[in-house]
Design a protein. Structure first.
Length: 750
């Protein structure tokens, strides 16, 4: 099956040997590389036919759980961390964490675990001693949000009514047309009775044909066919049009809600998975609404109307006709649950296939630079193969169900023939009645067979709807103020008051206090991980503080509408992101209605005008995907022009010059000098020399402010800032790296 790579398996086999029982085979493994505090460590999960073993990072022995039918493994992922939670009868037994690179292994182990527990039924496994439950204090309840464990239900589709409600009049009209068109299609079989009994059979008995009756009956058939065609066309057009609009509204609503969610949500999701939800899942639902649901409604009406007509013609023969219905209904009930779980897995696995594409295509330059094409192709091949295996399991269930329904309908048709011939021989019914019955029965069973196939598409649509509503139901961790204060132009006075921020159970900032005056330039310095970027993210309100408050001009920023607040903030990042489009469109991103003169003025101030004019199409030149057609320095100056154009009162510079050469840095620094004038500025810089114009330097260490002052004052203290400055002046980091790292020796190839 899906075993771990041999090297990794061998590493744990020796430790597993004392726990190994005779004839026990561990088919699925998962490497655990994070402990409870999210520090890297070494651990593993091993699954056999009868038990689950775990060596958690930091522990000294294996823990064992006998598999039981009531056990379950719940998977969650958030912010690059995956979690497996072992439960039994609602009680949490253990919890393990791993980086998302091990997600495919975790999925396979969890799926196999579920299969083994289901197969056990009521039989207890002959292994011993489950581990005591993990206490609530040991569990990180903040890092990974709870997920809906109810699974997929067909009732999820009824939640689509909120999107269908605006079109209820068109839906009512479509339903009326469906009833009328279905009734029109049932007229021709009814006309076969008088054709047989009043025209053809009397003619065989020697009576002449009454051509006026023939014209009447055939005319009725033609009129019924025309009405059925016209009503069917109108019904299909109206309902398909409505369903397309429902699908479009669902897609738009999901995307708009997605844009409102905080960065914390996106930190825990894969790009490919989100694209699949908004794209393929909404398409699947749209197809279900526009095609399959319409056919299903027609099938139900056809069956009900046909059953009513059959009962009115001959109740006893109708009862024989309807005999297979209870058995088919029972089969649908049994198969539905299996298909529901199967399609949920199919969606999850397909998200993994999309994730590989979303990772590789934007990073194709890195893939080629490190010659990893074969590796990425293998990743895609593995994900695709796993997707194929899951689909094969679903198809195995469906391949049995569908032909069985067809067989039952064929048997039902034979029974009707037999009973009908017997009744004709007893003069209980006429040949015309039997002919009409057989015609209706053909349509009845065709519709019954078609209706049974709706089980598959319904469960697919329900699984897709659940994945979409998982996004729509997600509440942002940075909510909009229920009654936001009126906010226009800020002065730029920022107060950070006793701010603490925790990510999970880890405190990133602790009791930070900082006052920034309007127009003041603050430089944030400190080692990597000291909390500089976190503080900036909190000021931008990408996240909300855990304790304390951040105020702008005396107002808590949580009481200001997000859009109004962020319009006053300009952000220049270390790695500027440009959208596919022209240079002018990228500069005007924050102010789409800007004139060409305003765009050019911003580009001039950012020292970007000259290089833009050297491009083939000037400001209309395309920058390519993520700005790949431009150099790093050019992209950075475009992002500075973008910030200049919106004329923000507060400016955030996050390592804006760290990834460029010295010459380009000088050009960018000139642009930044224009940008910071008259604005409250918070600058993060690794190179301390770039902060020479800052009014104050704020030194951070381990989530706290340890020093504050200008360059000369801090150097005189000979504290944390002094050590940072001296380290850079002596190039200590570089010297340490050169002294520790030596290139690998070349192999002597004979």
């Amino acid at each position: 099956m899906h075993a771990l790579t041999p090297t990794l398996a061998e590493r744990w086999t020796e430790r597993l040997e004392p726990e190994h029982l005779p004839e026990e085979h561990f088919s699925h493994w998962l490497e655990l590389n994070l402990d409870e505090d999210l520090h890297y460590g070494a651990g593993a999960l091993a699954l056999s036919q009868g038990r689950l073993l775990a060596w958690a990072p930091g522990e000294k022995r294996w823990q064992s759980w006998a598999l039981e039918p009531t056990m379950s493994l719940h998977m969650q992922d958030h912010a690059g961390v995956g979690q497996l939670e072992l439960r039994n009868r609602g009680e949490r037994l253990a919890i393990w964490r791993y980086t998302l690179g091990h997600l495919p292994q975790a999925q396979r182990l969890a799926e196999k675990f579920e299969q083994l527990c289901e197969a056990l039924g009521s039989i207890a496994a002959p292994f011993a001693n489950p581990r005591p439950p993990v206490t609530e204090d040991a569990v990180d309840d903040v890092l990974l949000p709870e997920v809906d464990e109810a699974g997929v239900s067909t009732w999820t589709l009824f939640r689509l009514w909120r999107f269908a409600r605006p079109y209820k009049k068109q839906l009512a009209l479509g339903f009326g047309l469906t009833v009328a068109s279905t009734a029109a299609t049932l007229v021709p079989p009814y006309m076969t009775m008088p054709l047989m009994d009043n025209i053809l059979i009397p003619y065989q008995n020697g009576k002449p044909i009454d051509w006026s009756l023939v014209q009447l009956y055939l005319g009725g058939l033609v009129i019924a066919a025309l009405f059925a065609w016209l009503l069917g066309w109108a019904r299909t057009f109206i309902l398909a049009k409505v369903s397309e609009r429902i699908g479009a509204d669902l897609r738009t609503s999901t995307y708009e809600h997605l844009l409102k969610l905080s960065l914390q949500f996106f930190g825990g999701k894969r790009t490919g998975d989100l694209i699949a939800r908004i794209g393929s899942e909404t398409d699947r639902i749209n197809l279900f609404l526009s095609l399959h649901l319409l056919d299903f409604g027609t099938d139900v009406l056809m069956i009900l109307m046909t059953a009513a007509i059959l009962i009115s013609i001959d109740p006893w023969l109708a009862m024989v006709t309807l005999l297979p219905l209870p058995l088919i209904a029972w089969m649908i009930h049994v198969v539905r649950d299996r298909l529901r779980h199967g399609f949920e897995k199919v969606d999850r696995v397909w998200g993994e296939v999309t994730n590989v594409l979303a990772d590789t295509i934007p990073g194709i330059r890195v893939v080629k630079a490190f010659a990893q094409e074969k590796r990425e192709a293998q990743r895609f091949r593995d994900a695709n193969r796993y997707n194929l295996e899951i689909n094969d399991k679903v198809n195995k269930v469906w391949s049995v169900f569908s032909p069985t329904v067809t067989l039952l309908t064929e048997i039902g048709l034979l029974v009707v023939w037999a009973v009908g011939i017997w009744q004709v021989s007893k003069d209980a019914i006429t040949v015309g009645v039997l002919t009409a019955f057989l015609t209706y029965i053909g349509r009845f069973y065709t519709r019954l067979d078609s209706m049974s196939r709706i089980v598959s598409v319904t469960q697919k649509a329900a699984a897709g709807a659940k994945r979409i509503f998982d996004v729509i139901d997600h509440v942002s961790s940075v909510p909009e103020a229920p009654h936001p204060v009126a906010w226009n132009r800020t002065e730029g006075r920022i107060s950070v008051q006793g701010v603490t921020f925790r990510y999970g159970n880890r405190a990133v900032l602790r009791g930070v206090d900082l006052e920034i005056a309007p127009g003041e330039m603050i430089g944030l310095v400190g080692h990597s991980g000291s909390g500089k970027s976190t503080l900036v993210n909190l000021i931008c309100r990408f996240y909300d503080v855990t304790e304390g408050a951040i105020r702008m001009d005396g107002t808590d920023i949580r009481h200001i509408a997000l859009a109004d607040y962020r319009r006053n903030i300009g952000l220049v990042l270390q790695e500027p992101f440009l959208f596919f489009g022209s240079i002018a469109e990228n500069i005007a991103y924050g102010k789409p209605d800007a004139s060409r003169a305003e765009i050019i003025a911003a580009a001039r101030a950012a020292h970007a005008h000259e290089f833009i004019l050297r491009l083939p199409h000037g400001y209309d030149s395309l920058v390519g995907e993520r700005g790949q057609a431009l150099s790093g320095g050019e992209r950075q100056r475009i992002s500075i022009a973008r910030a200049l154009l919106i004329d923000p009162q507060v400016l955030i510079l996050d390592e804006a010059t760290s990834s460029v050469d010295t010459t380009t840095e000088r050009e960018i620094q000139k642009a930044l000098d224009n940008l910071v004038q008259g604005r409250t500025t918070i600058a993060i810089a690794h190179r301390l020399s770039t902060l020479r114009k800052a009014d104050r330097l704020v030194v951070m260490d381990r989530g706290q402010i340890v020093e504050m002052g200008d360059h000369d004052t801090l150097m005189a203290k000979q504290g944390a800032y002094f050590d940072l400055y001296q380290a850079q002046a002596r190039n200590v980091d570089t010297e340490q790296e050169l002294s520790v790292w030596t290139p690998p020796a070349k192999q002597n190839i004979a």
